[in-house]
Ligand binder design. Structure first.
Ligand code: NAD
Length: 278
């Protein structure tokens, strides 16, 4: 059901790769809620994914940009301003990638060049987006910037690897930049800490199926889906959340407040019935 929450609002969506992507769902809901959007991704992801078809179908500009390149970001934001005929109201940063995860390098055997790339793509790019947006003054007062995070920023999650460090940095950037952007321009900056979700980035994590199942058993409301995450993003872009800023907002069915649940305990006990000890 649509509520027209974003009627008259304009924004940029980073990170829609295919229809499983959280950003793809956000893009769909932005349109349903009356927003105008510009889509962006890396040239490679545009070639590999289905985003070009999505853009063509809805007649939306798709502007290639590598979010680690300030030059690309400057071009993207100038182009978006030209397209909209003025400033915008929201930005979604839905970007993550770790070569250490991809190449199965363990956390105690990291490749440091890969680590630099993980941090640049998954965290520092958020600073670059914010800094470029502020310097070019692309956001209207009471605009909203949202990035996607994961609870591994606070708690150690097996096999999440150097992405945990990237998420911790991402959330810190939301606070540090949120202070300045709020004080000077009345712009909100928040991160949403989402349940494990079956997407291309998510399924790159070793043992991801088990993680999804465990999180679901632990969460009283069950895992939050990509669709539900998109609803939360829409809320944060809307005028209903004007005084929420510098927050890391859990969207995880209650997982982050749990220690042990009945459903997880039940499953755990089954392993003892089967005679497993380790
Ligand atoms: N899937 C999960 O379990 C989960 C859980 C919590 C948070 N998140 C976060 O949600 C966000 C979106 O991921 P997703 O799960 O939708 O997966 P996804 O693979 O669909 O999206 C990741 C996107 O990052 C883009 N990207 C990678 N490098 C880039 C670069 N240099 N410049 C611009 N874009 C680049 C990719 O092209 C892709 O579109 C990520 O930040 C991810 O860490 C995902």
């Amino acid at each position: 059901m649509a509520y027209n929450l974003l009627k008259g609002k304009k924004g940029i969506i980073f990170g829609a790769l295919n229809e499983m992507s959280i950003a793809w769902k956000v893009a769909e809901k932005c349109l349903e809620e009356g927003a105008e959007i510009v889509l962006t991704n890396t040239p490679l992801s545009i070639r590999m994914g289905g985003i070009q078809e999505f853009a063509d179908k809805h007649n939306i500009p798709l502007i290639p940009a590598d979010a680690t390149s300030v030059e690309d970001l400057t071009n993207l934001m100038n182009e978006a301003m030209r397209h909209f005929g003025g400033k915008m109201d929201f930005i979604l940063h839905s970007i993550g990638m770790s070569l250490n995860v991809r190449k199965k390098r363990a956390y105690d055997d990291l490749d440091y060049d890969f680590l630099q790339k993980t941090l640049d793509i998954s965290a520092i790019s958020f600073h670059k987006v914010l800094q470029t947006a502020k310097k070019l003054d692309v956001l209207n007062e009471w605009g909203s910037v949202v990035a996607l995070s994961y609870v591994a920023a606070q708690r150690t999650m097996y096999e999440y690897n150097d992405m945990a460090d990237a998420k911790a940095m991402l959330e810190s950037i939301a606070r540090s930049f949120g202070y300045i952007y709020g004080r000077e321009k009345k712009i909100r900056v928040n991160t949403i800490s989402q349940s494990p979700t079956m997407t291309t980035a998510g399924s790159g994590i070793k043992g991801f199926d088990s993680l999804v199942d465990f999180a679901d058993r632990m969460s009283p409301l069950g895992n939050a889906t990509a669709d539900e995450c998109a609803n939360y993003c829409i809320c944060l872009f809307s005028d209903l959340t004007r005084k929420i800023t510098m927050q890391n907002l859990y969207h995880d069915g209650g997982f982050s407040s749990m220690g042990m649940s009945y459903r997880a305990m039940h499953q755990y006990n089954k392993s003892f019935e089967n005679g497993e000890k380790e």
